[in-house]
Design a protein around this ligand. Structure first.
Ligand code: AMP
Length: 581
């Protein structure tokens, strides 16, 4: 099927929410869009009300909100009213624990129903929901619990024992740990199920302002510790509008977001945005498996699917014939985010699924999709698309000490956004200076390099910093370096992202050993295991010993140069390179 035919098929089946891009951009206003939400009965705005309670009070009351498939294929369903009641109970659990407005509640969980109940129940109580990636090792978990001053953690007994227990003493703010499941709760924790069973079912959402903090998402930078990006209840307007425009969500959709709930996509588009549209959301707890994924698409009759380039590349590897064995006729829209989407994948989607893949762009700090390919528009394979209505983007550069927009089409510069969209982050927790530095001369600087073609489509070029994107997950090199430095044989470390055809980049470490250590295979294996034990999924997969790491004159390891050397690329500007005699 050609592009035109696919577009017609889609457009014929369901009228896209964004039928005319130019017109929508000219007429859209966030203020007017606010009428798409209900607001709290007494005024104010609370994400949980928009996502769940307002639907439970109307015709969608008995509609299935969540269909959670566990690893064994067993399904748990929650209707909108069921979700309202469960999240009321969880809000009451928090209240009984003395946890209130602004207090942080984290999850360290896979895709299980309790995660969704915790997320919505937390914001319902005006506390702040902070998801953690369950494949993180104990160090990244501790670091984030500490940075977020997390008071309540919901996790499993196994994850608690492996990732938290030994470091609990260093987390004085962590007062309550609730563990899910039927196993006896380990010492120092309480049973989630028991707490829920004894909690009341009725709960009135306290007054909530759109500017009240609702979500805390951890993200990585080049230097220093992770950053805690603060988001507010008002973000729900951007979640809702962008899911309508970029994911083309309609109330009758069966929607599946494959993003891990420990990252921002798994929250904005894996929990809140779809629920605000009253769709049925599919949650699948299994790990990636091509057969399993096609089965989910087929058996659940998924209509809108939001996934990621690494997953699509893995599906592509399993061949174009495999999807033809499944009935994917219900699927009408596929979108992807998180890393560059190769044009081949877009073309593969067309061949294998009969649908092109719509790339879109955003990041933890933006809280919602900012740039996208849209249902009613032709896709430009390889391009991230055009800015959302209500979002002003630009390519900027530094000129005479000021940040200015590059007007020259095709010129590469930093992707920047004009502040003001509702889901813009409102701070980095405990780091006002870092937050302030993100805004210069009327622009929010994203840290990505991109170019814009003459028709206004944006093309991703790379990161402006050393941050690594591995399988869609942002990895801070400093965090990895700091952990490896704790090994007694290690004197210094430089960590880079090494391009990889499947996962985008793999984490690679260059290690200088202490004088009394030998660079043996055994030590290499030991260091990889050491990293894995402490860091989990973000640990380096490759280690090279190097007794002469390049440094700047101020003594920092030059990761950029390590990367250029690894790739056999020109070394670029080395004027700050320290020359050792
Ligand atoms: P995160 O904050 O973890 O969601 O990561 C955001 C970063 O992922 C962005 O700043 C980009 O570097 C990258 N990214 C997100 N979407 C895309 C995309 N469609 N194409 C290329 N890179 C992307």
């Amino acid at each position: 099927m050609g592009w035109e035919a696919i577009r017609k098929r889609n457009a014929g089946a369901v009228r896209p929410n964004l039928a005319d891009y130019e017109q929508a951009r000219a007429t859209f206003s966030w203020d007017a869009a606010r009428s798409q939400l209900s607001g709290l009965p007494g005024g104010g705005l609370n994400i949980a009300h928009e996502a769940v309670d307002r639907h439970a009070a109307g015709p969608l009351r008995e509609k299935v909100a969540l269909r959670c498939r566990d690893r064994g294929g067993h399904v748990t369903e929650l209707t909108y009213d069921g979700l309202r009641v469960a999240t009321n109970r969880f809000a009451n659990v928090l209240r009984e624990l003395g946890v209130g407005k602004g207090d942080r509640v984290a999850t360290l969980l896979g895709r299980v129903p309790e995660l969704y109940v915790t997320a919505v129940g937390t914001v319902k109580n005006t506390s702040v929901y902070a998801p953690l990636f369950s494949a993180f090792g104990p160090e990244p978990v501790r670091e984030r619990l500490r940075l977020g001053d997390v008071r309540v953690l919901v996790t499993t007994p196994q994850l608690y024992r492996k990732r938290v227990e030994q470091r609990r003493d260093s987390l004085p703010a962590l007062e309550h740990v609730l563990v899910i499941g039927d196993e006896p709760a380990p010492p120092g924790t309480r049973s989630f199920t028991e707490a829920m069973a004894s909690a009341r079912e009725d709960f009135t959402i306290p007054p909530t302002s759109p500017d009240d903090m609702a979500l805390l998402h951890f993200t990585s930078g080049t230097t220093g510790k992770p950053k805690g990006a603060v988001h507010v209840h008002g973000a729900v307007l951007a979640h809702h509008v962008t899911a309508a425009f970029a994911l083309d969500l309609h109330v009758d959709d069966v929607y599946w977001c494959t993003a891990d709930p420990g990252w921002v996509t798994g929250t904005s588009y894996g929990i809140f945005a779809p629920l605000t549209h009253g769709v049925t959301m599919i949650v699948d707890a299994s790990d990636f498996d091509a057969h399993g994924w096609y089965e989910v698409l087929q058996d659940e009759r998924v209509t809108v699917w939001y996934t990621a380039p690494t997953a699509l590349r893995m599906l592509m590897r399993s061949g174009s014939e495999l999807p033809k064995r499944y009935d994917l006729a219900a699927l009408r829209f596929v979108a992807s985010v998180g890393e560059p989407l190769n044009p081949e994948v877009v073309v593969w989607g067309q061949e294998a699924l009969g649908l092109p893949v719509h790339d879109n762009w955003w990041q933890t700090e933006t809280g919602a999709i900012m740039i996208s390919n849209y249902a009613a528009e032709d896709i430009r394979p390889g391009s991230m698309g055009r800015p959302m209505p209500g979002v002003e983007a630009g390519i900027v550069t530094s000129e005479g000490g000021r940040v200015v927009e590059v007007r020259d089409p095709e010129a590469v510069g930093e992707l920047a956004l004009r502040p003001g969209w509702p889901s813009m982050f409102r701070g980095y927790l405990h780091d006002d200076a870092r937050y302030a530095k993100s805004f210069v001369d009327g622009w929010y600087l994203t840290g990505d390099l991109a170019r814009r073609d003459p028709d206004g489509y944006y093309w991703f070029v790379g990161r402006a910093d050393d941050v690594i994107k591995s399988a869609g997950h942002l990895v801070g090199p400093f965090e990895v370096e700091s952990v490896l430095m704790e090994h007694p044989c290690v004197a210094e470390v430089g960590v880079i992202g090494k391009p990889d055809p499947l996962v985008g980049e793999v984490v690679k470490a260059f290690v200088t050993l202490r004088a009394d250590s030998e660079p043996t295979e055994q030590l290499r294996t030991e260091l990889i295991a050491f990293g894995r034990k402490r860091l989990g999924a973000v640990a380096p997969k490759e280690i090279t010993f190097d007794q002469h790491l390049p440094h700047t004159r101020s003594g920092k390891v030059m990761r950029r140069l390590l990367k250029a050397r690894e790739l056999g690329l020109p070394e670029g500007d080395t004027s700050t390179l320290e020359v050792r005699g």
